[in-house]
Design a protein around this ligand. Structure first.
Ligand code: NAD
Length: 506
C-alpha cells in the first residue's frame, strides 16, 4: 500500500472491502503465517470485508518493530515532539471521524447515530493524552548530603493492546493514548469480529508521520492466535486488555511465564439505583438509555435497575412504554436508535438469557424476541427487553448478558439497596438517583465499584479514571492513573563524595 493514499475511505457499497495487509514497522505487509478472515456485517449476517490476520511470525515481526522503535527514534524523542505527533494524529482523527464512525458501524453494527457521537469525541481524548506526553516527571528524595536521590518515570516498554468487539475504536484510544503519552510502543490486536477500524488507524498514524514501529496493528484470533502469541511473547512488557474475565484469567496464566505487567478492563453487572425521592423522569431517561445503548453491549451499562418500591410500578410501566419507542433497524440509518447485536454468538447468548430469565420466574414485560422481516432478516436484531419482578439471586441479575436486557429489581430501604448493589462479583460502575444530598454521599461511598454516578449515568471522559473493583478488572484506563500504568519508576542514587568503605579492610 502507498502512504498518503491510505487515509480512511469508504469501500464502495455492495462490494466486499479488502484489507489485505497488516501494519508492521510502518509498512503494510501481507501476513507471513496468518491468513485472511471474513468480517461479518451483523446487520445482514454476511461478510462485508476480507481482512488479513496475523500468526506467530507476524507477531514476532510486530514486537521486533515495536522494540526497535522504542530503542531507536521514539525512545530518544523528547516528550514535546511526541506530543506534537500525537496532536497531528488527533487532528487527522477528527478530520476522518465520520468515515471511521461509518466503518465502525459496518463492522460492529452499532447504530450510526451512536458511533458518530462516540468516535467524534475521540480526537479530544488523543489531544488530552498528547498534553501529558512531556509532563511525567519524577521527584527528588531528601536523605542527607552524602547522596542525591531522584526518581525518573520511564516507559514500561512494548505494550500488547488487546481489544474487544463492542467498542473497537474507543478501546484502542484508551490504550494508545496513555501508552504513547508515556513513550511506550504498541502492538494492537483488535478482536476478530471487528478488525477493520483498528487497521484504519494505521493509515492515520502513517499520515501523521509517526516513526515506523511505534504503533503496529495485527488483527487476529485470541486463543491459539495472535492474541495468545502476543501475551506469551518475551519481548512484550505489558498487556493492556479489555474483554471478558475468563479471557483475562487465561491471559494471566500465559503471561505469568514472562512476568508481564497487566491492566484489565473486564465485565460489569452495574446497579442503577432509583430512590423514590429522585427526579424519576430524569432517572428514567438515564436508566432506559443505559439499558439499551450499544444494543446492551457495554460493560458500563446499568443492567440491574434497583427501584424503590413506591415508584417501582411507575418505572416498570415507563420502561415498557419506552421500549416500544426504541427504533431498532438498519444501523446505517441515522434515525434508528439501536442496531443489531455485533455477532451471531452474542445474539444466541442474549436469547438464551431471556429464556433463563423466564424460567427463573422473572416477568418478561417487554421485548424478548429476535426481529425479522422489514429488511432485518439475516441480521442479528433483537427487541429491547425488560424483565420485572427480578430478584438479585437470579442468573439474569448475576451474569453479564451483554444484550439489551434490563432487569428491574424492587427494594424497600437504603441499606437493602446497598446490599443488593454490592451483592455481585463485579464492581465496575454504579449509578444512583436521589434528591437527598446526604443519601447521595452515604450511598455512593458504600458502593464497591470503580465509578459511581450520582444523578447522572455513563459520564466517562479521557480525564476520568475508569476501571473496576473485584472481578471487573485491575488498574485504570483514562485519567492520570492510566498514564501511571504505562510508566515505571527508576530511583537513582548519586553519591556526592564518591567514597565507598572497604568492608573487608580489617
Ligand atoms: P473476549 O475476552 O472474548 O475478547 C477480547 C479480546 O481478547 C479479543 O481481541 C480476543 O481475540 C482476545 N483473546 C481471546 N482469547 C485470548 C487469549 N487466550 N489470549 C489473548 N487474547 C485473547 O471479550 P469480547 O467478547 O471481545 O468483549 C466483551 C467483554 O469485554 C465483556 O465481558 C465486556 O464487559 C468487556 N468489556 C469491558 C470493558 C471495560 O472497560 N471494562 C469495555 C468493553 C468491553
Amino acid at each position: 500500500m502507498s502512504a498518503t493514499a491510505n487515509a480512511p475511505a469508504l469501500p464502495p457499497a455492495g462490494n466486499i472491502a479488502r484489507y489485505d495487509h497488516l501494519f508492521i514497522g510502518g509498512d503494510w505487509v501481507a501476513p507471513e503465517d496468518g491468513g485472511v478472515m471474513e468480517s461479518i456485517d451483523p446487520s445482514q449476517g454476511t461478510p462485508w470485508a476480507m481482512v488479513a490476520y496475523g500468526g506467530k511470525r507476524d507477531i514476532d515481526k510486530a514486537v521486533a518493530a515495536a522494540r526497535a522503535a522504542l530503542d531507536g527514534p521514539w525512545g530518544r524523542m523528547p516528550g514535546h515532539e511526541r506530543a506534537a505527533l500525537m496532536r497531528r494524529f488527533a487532528d487527522l482523527y477528527k478530520e476522518h471521524a465520520r468515515t471511521l464512525a461509518i466503518l465502525e458501524t459496518r463492522d460492529s453494527g452499532r447504530a450510526l447515530r451512536e458511533s458518530l457521537l462516540d468516535v467524534g469525541g475521540h480526537c479530544n481524548g488523543y489531544h488530552w493524552w498528547a498534553s501529558l506526553a512531556d509532563k511525567h516527571s519524577g521527584r527528588t528524595i531528601p536523605f542527607d548530603d552524602s547522596v542525591h536521590v531522584f526518581t525518573t518515570r520511564v516507559p514500561v516498554g512494548v505494550v500488547g493492546a488487546i481489544t474487544p468487539w463492542n467498542v473497537p475504536l474507543m478501546a484502542a484510544a484508551w490504550k494508545l493514548g496513555p501508552a504513547l503519552a508515556a513513550g511506550c510502543t504498541v502492538v494492537l490486536k483488535p478482536a476478530e469480529h471487528t478488525p477493520v477500524t483498528s487497521l484504519e488507524l494505521g493509515k492515520l498514524f502513517e499520515l501523521a508521520g509517526f516513526p515506523p514501529g511505534v504503533v503496529n496493528i495485527v488483527p487476529g484470533y485470541g486463543r491459539d492466535g495472535a492474541g495468545e502469541y502476543l501475551v506469551a511473547h518475551p519481548g512484550v512488557d505489558k498487556i493492556a486488555f479489555t474483554g471478558e474475565g475468563a479471557t483475562a484469567k487465561a491471559i494471566l496464566r500465559t503471561g505469568a511465564e514472562t512476568m508481564k505487567r497487566f491492566t484489565f478492563e473486564l465485565g460489569g453487572k452495574s446497579p442503577h439505583i432509583i430512590f423514590a425521592d429522585a427526579d424519576v423522569e430524569q432517572a428514567l431517561n438515564a436508566a432506559t438509555n443505559s439499558a439499551w445503548t450499544l444494543c446492551g453491549q457495554s460493560c458500563a451499562l446499568g443492567s440491574r435497575v434497583l427501584v424503590q418500591r413506591p415508584v417501582y410500578d411507575r418505572v416498570v410501566e415507563e420502561f415498557v412504554r419506552r421500549a416500544a419507542r426504541v427504533r431498532v433497524g438498519q444501523p446505517m440509518d441515522e434515525r434508528n436508535h439501536m442496531g443489531p447485536q455485533a455477532h451471531a454468538e452474542q445474539l444466541a447468548k442474549t436469547l438464551s438469557y431471556i429464556d433463563i430469565g423466564t424460567q427463573e420466574g422473572a416477568e418478561l414485560v417487554a421485548g424478548g424476541n429476535r426481529l425479522s422481516g422489514a429488511g432485518l432478516d439475516g441480521g442479528y436484531f433483537i427487541q429491547p427487553t425488560v424483565f420485572a419482578g427480578v430478584t438479585n439471586a437470579m442468573r439474569i441479575a448475576r451474569e453479564e448478558i451483554f444484550g439489551p436486557v434490563a432487569a428491574l429489581i424492587p427494594f424497600d430501604h437504603e441499606d437493602e439497596a446497598v446490599a443488593i448493589a454490592n451483592d455481585t462479583s463485579y464492581g465496575l460502575t454504579a449509578g444512583l438517583w436521589t434528591g437527598d444530598v446526604g443519601r447521595a454521599h452515604r450511598v455512593s461511598s458504600r458502593i464497591r465499584a470503580g465509578m459511581v454516578w450520582v444523578n447522572t449515568y455513563r459520564f466517562i471522559r479521557w480525564s476520568t479514571p475508569y476501571g473496576g473493583f473485584k472481578a471487573s478488572g485491575w488498574g485504570r484506563e483514562n485519567g492520570i492513573e492510566a498514564l501511571d500504568s504505562y510508566l515505571d519508576t527508576r530511583t537513582t542514587v548519586v553519591s556526592t563524595t564518591g567514597r565507598f568503605p572497604d568492608a573487608y579492610a580489617v
